[in-house]
Design a protein around this ligand. Sequence first.
Ligand code: F6P
Length: 380
Amino acid sequence: MSSSTLPASTPISPPIRRIGVLTGGGDCPGLNAVIRAVTTDAIFNGIHVTGFLDGFLGLIHDRSRPLTLDDVRSIITEGGTILGTSNKANPRRFITGKDAAGNPVIVDKTADCVETYRRHRLDALVVIGGDGTMSSAATLLPLGVNVVGVPKTIDNDIEGTELTFGFLTAVSIAAEALDRVRTTAASHERAMVVEVMGRNAGWIALHAGLASGVDVILVPEIGFDLPSIAADLRRRVAAGQSSFVICVAEGAAPAGGKQIVARTDVASFDPIRLGGVGKFVADEIERLTGIESRHVVLGHTQRGGTPAAADRVLATELGWQAMSLLKEGRFGRMVAIQRGRMADVPIDSVANKQRRIPADHPLLAVARSVYVTFGEPQQG
Ligand code: F6P
């Protein structure tokens, strides 16, 4: 269908003629679907779209490209982001290098972002990102940058929205990996420990573990106790089970203990990179039970590749919702999903917050009902 035969969507208020769009933070399946939705809706409404490259770096250094229908026509199935992204570009705390003592030199680049916005004569900016990106966007709002936010993360941990695109793709990838290790665990009568992402939230581990029917799920929200896990596995052995699958969120830690940090990245909005708990748990299970154990770290495989169909739909809906807010002049909002419906919240309300699994979340009870254990210390 040619663009001239396609119907225009909601009528727009006259002031919106030129918008920018950027993707910030870690990449996530579905980013391109949002870019496509925003760009297509904008162009059909006569709005020019500028894509800024590599997240806020594009605004700081004025690096961009115009986006056309041709650019976005077939990107809905592509993982990653055609605009590039960066998790090291916080405009307020931008690291330009190191001083003589090796300490980072931090400069406020907010004014550069505002200057770029003005130079392009933009009327609004769509920022697609996580809590760090939303908090950077919030700082631009009082300076005259009309931002609208679209939340993204595989972790599903953004405050104010019950679902982020990318999450369902990550869960599918993790569930498939768990399914795959089950057969090799069975062949060798081993315990297979699979470490999944999620930062300080256990949503990916909980959903993927439940989907794959694993024995033990360890999440950051529930401190685990290794002797209790060992006792649980021994009970399963006594009941005739000879192989085990354990899904561990990267942020899981022993009760009262610390998370395992793989590296720190001072330039990043959230400098902590978790990783290593999978190996720790596998080694300890083997030591405590004698069950031969192996671990697998799924890492960035969970963020790569084509988005699941449900994420493409969600990303498209959220892109449309962002354009609706923008056309209504409702700036400073982040689109969201609440009680299964599209909603929006103040963009600054999500900064420095993470949505974690509440202790009374129904899925925890559901998981326990199918004999999943969470490694809690045993009572008494
Ligand atoms: O927030 C998304 C996420 O993939 C987390 O699950 C993970 O802890 C982190 O990003 C990894 O970040 P990086 O890509 O910088 O290693």
